[in-house]
Design a protein around this ligand. Sequence first.
Ligand code: APR
Length: 239
Amino acid sequence: MFEQVSDKLRKSEKIVFVTGAGISQESGIPTFRGKDGLWRKYDAMQLATIDAFYSNPKLVWEWYEERRRNILSAKPNPGHVAISELQKHKEVHVLTQNIDGLHQRAGSKSVYELHGSIITIKCTACSFKDKIESSFSEIPPTCKCGSILRPDVVWFGEALPQDVWQGAIQQASTCDTMIVVGTSLAVSPANLLPVYAKQNGATMIEVNPEQTMMSETMDLSLRVSSAKALPEIIDIVTK
Ligand code: APR
């Protein structure tokens, strides 16, 4: 599959991945805009905005608790594992839009969670923030300070964590290979990261069963699932 870029992959010193929901699809976690995507069944504006949360925290929390249960029982798939394996041979950084923590559970060390984490819970008022993997007895859960807790995720209309975003730009702008996996590139500013890499002259590779708005600008765009394609990269760089 990667024949036309195998030399560049072997010579590459710094490989940066930009990943989206598609890389977790084969772990049983639905995507957002695919045929069975979450945004086909639910209204994102009713569930994934700060206004939606404050107008109906119980509804938003019920949806996040359902997703937390699914995500916490999911396992990394061969796509996540291949990226983790690759860091034994190359400098690898993962800039992910996913909030499921599967890259870290697969063993990836340098992971930038652009849209936060569904496992981390924070208070809407005080500085409380912690990883909580158990489910909550009451919905919406409240903090010791009495205020409502929320998932530490970035909702539509909210800014990305600035330290994470600046770090992601730095990595995207200094890599010699970027591999864009399982993302429709529909959401900004994450969809700018491949532009920074291309501007820096990186070899651009995409892995997605469907065409995206940047497929034409890629050096190689594979219409293949990530669990199938990514393990092949290990074979190439370890030859
Ligand atoms: N392997 C690789 N790609 C896949 C697979 C797979 N097995 N299955 C689906 N895909 C692709 C789809 O073709 C689609 O292009 O993954 C992409 C998923 O796109 P989206 O559902 O839009 O997810 P994503 O790009 O991560 O969305 C970005 O939007 O709703 C917000 O915050 C949310 O982080 C999310 C952001």
